[in-house]
Design a protein around this ligand. Structure first.
Ligand SMILES: Nc1ncnc2c1ncn2[C@@H]1O[C@H](COP(=O)(O)OP(=O)(O)O)[C@@H](O)[C@H]1O
Ligand SMILES: [Mg+2]
Length: 336
């Protein structure tokens, strides 16, 4: 019989006060996400940041479309997918350069480079999202239909001039992202959670549910995650509060962390997992895996949405139930 029953498994989760421990007085945290300045509302349209290869005219887009179509006819894209990225890029570069000269397109060298970069991103990567994905300072990327894209940097949301050709281009990119984790998104299953290879969390909601076009939200994976010391430094939590959390984490109290979206629940949970002993058996249940546990004895579980026939769904409840038969010492439920 497992030495540990469900009752003693530490459910590190989201927040009821721990019996016997007075919750630390709430410090005056700096707002995690300063939304709008308290003063006057922003002018009618806030400035839109422009990215090099996105700052193009209608003409550029139509040239790109015609070059792109010629490229698709000239090479086998599925073959490219199997190639090494660098080789694939070289291949595309050769063919596109040839197409440009055959079509007599007049372009500067810089425009041609932009075009090549754009096309490579479309064929091999996540299209117009690539420049955003490669930036480490971005916390969230929010795409509301083909023409509107917002990012969050240092707690502030700003609009950027990243555009997709049209909604079906955006939908293709969404589909490419979710197919990496064996999922699909279309009109018949318009909601989908997924994650990128780097651990970033992705949500797609498509028409007809999203009225103004496919809506993509990416919570970027942070490499340098926040530690409890940093939270103290920021004044998010008092030193005494941090000590209490450390004790709670170490002694396997049941913990519930609750709060609004983006309020720092996952960040705090990640901090607390640092206090779990190295030899504990930990099982995590998440909708899409984002926790970063360092302990060697960790099993990560993920829920599964139903397939097209509406079958095969595995819910959080199913996972937690199964956990109890896995001799857990800690169960971490990512989202309830
Ligand atoms: N105390 C904090 N101070 C500053 N930024 C924070 C703090 N806690 C979290 N963040 C940042 O806020 C964003 C959202 O945090 P996250 O933990 O993912 O929120 P939630 O899980 O509640 O949606 C992340 O970019 C994270 O780095
Ligand atoms: Mg979270």
């Amino acid at each position: 019989m497992p030495p540990q029953n469900a009752g003693s498994a530490g459910v590190t989760n989201t927040g009821a006060p721990v019996p016997g421990v007075t919750p630390p007085p709430l410090p005056d945290p700096e707002p995690v996400k300063p939304r709008e300045p308290v003063a006057a509302p922003p002018p009618v349209s806030p400035p839109v940041k422009e990215f090099k290869s996105q700052n193009q005219s209608e003409e550029y887009y139509s040239i790109k479309a015609s070059v792109f179509n010629a490229l698709i006819e000239a090479i086998d894209l599925t073959q490219l997918a199997g190639m090494d990225q660098e080789m694939a890029r070289e291949e595309i570069r050769d063919v596109v350069t040839e197409i440009i000269s055959l079509k007599n397109v007049v372009m500067t060298i810089a425009e041609q480079e932009d075009l090549l970069e754009d096309i490579c991103n479309d064929v091999l990567g996540y299209g117009p999202l690539e420049p955003l994905l490669s930036r480490d300072d971005i916390a969230d990327i929010m795409v509301n239909g083909a023409d509107k894209c917002f990012i969050e940097v240092n707690g502030l949301v700003e609009q950027v001039n990243v555009k997709f050709r049209d909604n079906s281009h955006l939908m293709n990119i969404c589909q490419r992202i979710v197919s990496m984790v064996g999922r699909r998104v279309d009109e018949s299953s318009p909601i989908c959670d997924a994650r990128l290879l780097d651990g970033s969390r992705v949500n797609v909601i498509a028409p007809p549910l999203a009225i103004d076009g496919p809506t993509l939200t990416i919570r970027k994976f942070k490499k340098d995650k926040l530690t409890l010391e940093k939270l103290v430094e920021f004044g998010s939590i008092s030193p005494a509060g941090a000590t209490i959390l450390e004790i709670i984490g170490r002694v396997r109290c049941n913990i519930l962390i609750s709060g609004g979206t983006g309020s720092g629940k996952t960040t705090l949970l990640n901090c607390l997992t640092g206090f779990i002993d190295q030899d504990e058996r930990i099982i995590t249940c998440e909708d899409s895996a984002e926790l970063q546990l360092q302990q060697p004895h960790t099993v990560r579980l993920e829920t599964r949405p139903p397939n097209i026939e509406g079958e095969g769904e595995i819910t959080m409840r199913d996972l937690v139930k199964n956990c109890l038969r896995m001799r857990p010492e800690r169960i971490i439920v990512g989202e309830v």
